[in-house]
Design a protein around this ligand. Structure first.
Ligand SMILES: C[S@@+](CC[C@H](N)C(=O)[O-])C[C@H]1O[C@@H](n2cnc3c(N)ncnc32)[C@H](O)[C@@H]1O
Length: 262
């Protein structure tokens, strides 16, 4: 039985991150910020019955829904706990592999200036619980074309709007990996033109990422309505809207894989 996750591109990138980690069977895996489980389920498959995956997640609803999927699909080697990664109380060096898919570290690190903003307690904890010789794997967005598209349109009316996502880059990641002493670092770039079957499918997926609030702000400041501003977004899709009604945007991600020195 196939577990229900967030699906979409989440599953594509989650599966790739796990593949790049080459998790040995029998590994004890920690999946940080499990979300919908797009890294947890492939990791459970990779480590097999002899191993285990523990997911850590802040959102109660996600903890519950992924645990439900684990039970429904009879996955015997995975579980999710509600916990803040920054306050984990596991023993030092307890896990063989640690994964952090799309957490977003631009509040800890300025990727333009390539310098830390504040202490990165998330990665600190992550490395603490990783055993010597164990692997750490991260993924992050380097481009979400639809984010750029909507931002471009809305920022004509709201030039000061802060740009969400797509801020992280290879140079910053190499610096972060080195600063935590991770070695054998591999940075892998990936890209897909991801098709959503319908306009509604696309909007259902992306509109929750803060766009509804930003659209409301633009509508209020221009004397328009949220519906009219949203319609403008739909009307200007150009080549992204295909003849069969599907909507296609490119998404680029970067995987950063490293090992804790033995
Ligand atoms: C964008 S989702 C990514 C989900 C999944 N890792 C994937 O790659 O598909 C990030 C998740 O990390 C969780 N998260 C962020 N900070 C966290 C923290 N300090 N402790 C636990 N979970 C956290 C969020 O609640 C969210 O579900």
């Amino acid at each position: 039985m196939k577990p229900k996750t967030w699906g979409n591109y989440w599953d594509y990138f989650g599966t790739r991150l796990v593949e790049h980690l080459q998790i040995p069977e029998g590994s004890r895996v920690l999946d940080l910020g499990t979300g919908g489980g797009s890294t947890l389920f492939p990791a459970a498959e990779a480590t097999g019955e002899a191993g285990s995956v523990l997911g850590i997640e802040l959102w109660d609803s996600m903890v519950q829904s992924v645990n439900n999927e684990i039970a429904r699909c009879g996955v015997s080697n995975a579980a999710v706990q509600r916990m803040d990664v920054r306050e984990m109380e596991f023993d030092n060096e307890f896990f063989d592999v640690v994964i952090a898919g799309f957490i977003g570290f631009d509040n800890y690190f300025d990727f333009d200036r390539c310098e830390p903003i504040k202490e990165n307690t998330f990665i600190q904890q992550m490395v603490r619980v990783l055993r010597p010789g164990g692997k750490a794997g991260f993924s992050t967005w380097t481009l979400q074309e639809d984010t750029d598209y909507i931002y471009g349109l809305l920022s004509r009316a709201w030039p000061d709007m802060e740009k969400p996502f797509s801020k992280e880059n290879e140079r910053g990641w190499r610096t972060i990996m080195a600063s935590f002493g991770l070695e054998d670092v591999r940075i892998i770039h990936d890209s897909i033109a991801f098709p959503f079957p319908t306009l509604k499918d696309w909007w259902d997926e992306v509109s929750d990422y803060g766009w509804k609030e930003r659209i409301k702000t633009v509508a209020e400041s221009t004397g328009s309505t949220s519906e009219a501003v949203t319609q403008q977004i739909f009307d200007n899709l150009g080549d992204h809207l295909k003849q069969d009604g599907s909507v296609v945007f490119r998404r680029d991600a970067l995987y950063a894989i490293g090992a804790k020195p033995s």
